[in-house]
Each structure stands twice: as C-alpha cells, then as structure tokens.
Design a protein around this ligand. Structure first.
Ligand SMILES: [Fe+2]
Ligand SMILES: [Fe+2]
Length: 193
C-alpha cells in the first residue's frame, strides 16, 4: 500500500505556519489511508500489505500526532490567543477575536477526544493484523476519521488565515524553535546543513 513520508523539510522550522499546515496535509492523507485500509480489511481480511500499512499508520499517529497536538496546545494557540487579546479591536474586531478564541477552546477540547478515539482505533488495528475487523471496529475508525478531518478542516480554513495575520515575527521564531526542540533538533542546526 502507500508510503507515509515522516520527514520534515529542513527550511520548515523557519516558517512554522507552513510546517503546521503541511502537517495537516500529511495527517489528512494518513486519515484517508486509514479509512481505505479498513474498507480493504472488511472486504479482504488481513495480509502482509495491510499489516505494513497498519504499522505505518500506527507509527504516524503514535509519534507525529501527539507532537502536533503539543505544538498547538503549548505554543501556537496560546500565542495566538495573546495576540488576539492584545489586538484590542485594532487588527481584529472584538467579535471576530472572541469567536476565534471560542474556536481555539473547542479545538483544544478535541485533542483528548481524538486521543481517546485513536486508542480505540489502535486496538482495532492490532486486532486486524490477524483477523477481519468487526462492525464496531469499522464504526470506530469511521468516527475517528470523520472527527479528525473536521478538526483539521477548522484549523486550516478558520485558524490559519487568522494566525497569518495575528502572529508576529517573534512569535513565529519562538514557535519554530519549540517545534524543532520537540523533534529533537534546533533551527540553527538545521540551517547549517
Ligand atoms: Fe488540533
Ligand atoms: Fe492541527
């Protein structure tokens, strides 16, 4: 089946919003791959190819997805909230700033929900390494994929354009540094390659 590219472009940490939206593109491709995997498993049962794909999906969701949630919960969303508060009706009208803050609250609440759903899908994938998934497994995977795609859709369509306007260069530098550190590297080390 398909290969999932875990690599991060070296220039990415200098442009954290580009890196962030690229992570969404990758995550959405993995979610759609997971959806197709369950459709295939339901019709044909497990094989060596499905075990390899399931392992790749598990690796992405276990390793990359938690770091991505931390990027948002620890760095991106708090900085964006502070900028919206500081805009004080200048760059953003108060209603838009308030609505964006509520959207950020809902997105943060989605993260543990997605984590719980993923734990269930993960167990279903382990089961499906050696047996056809049950209807409950497939329903759980559908719920996870639907919630996952809707969550990222809101981040891409609503939050990204506001973050591009609201965040300052020092915010972007700090977010990029934190994202690099979370992945065991530094921007300055990457830029010397
Ligand atoms: Fe998120
Ligand atoms: Fe995200």
């Amino acid at each position: 089946m398909e290969f999932i590219d875990f690599r991060v472009p070296a220039q990415g940490f200098s442009q954290p919003l580009l890196l962030w939206t690229a992570s969404h593109d990758r995550a959405q491709r993995v979610a759609l791959l997971l959806q197709r995997l369950f459709e295939h498993l339901r019709q044909h049962g497990p094989s060596q190819a499905t075990r390899v794909t399931a392992g790749e999906v598990r690796r992405f969701m276990d390793e990359a997805a938690p770091r991505h949630h931390q990027d948002e919960d620890v760095d991106l969303f708090p900085r964006l909230r502070r900028r919206l508060e500081a805009a004080n009706g200048n760059a953003f009208d108060p209603a838009q700033a308030h609505e964006t803050a509520l959207t950020l609250d809902r997105l943060e609440l989605d993260h543990p929900v997605l984590d719980d759903l993923w734990a269930q899908v993960r167990a279903a994938l382990v089961h499906a390494d050696s047996a056809t998934p049950t209807d409950a497994h497939c329903a759980c995977a559908e719920q996870f994929v639907g919630t996952f795609l809707a969550h990222h859709g809101v981040e891409d369509q609503i939050i990204t354009p506001i973050a591009e306007r609201a965040l300052r260069q020092d915010d972007l530098a700090a977010i990029g540094d934190a994202m690099a550190a979370r992945r065991g590297t530094t921007w300055s080390a990457l830029s010397m390659r």
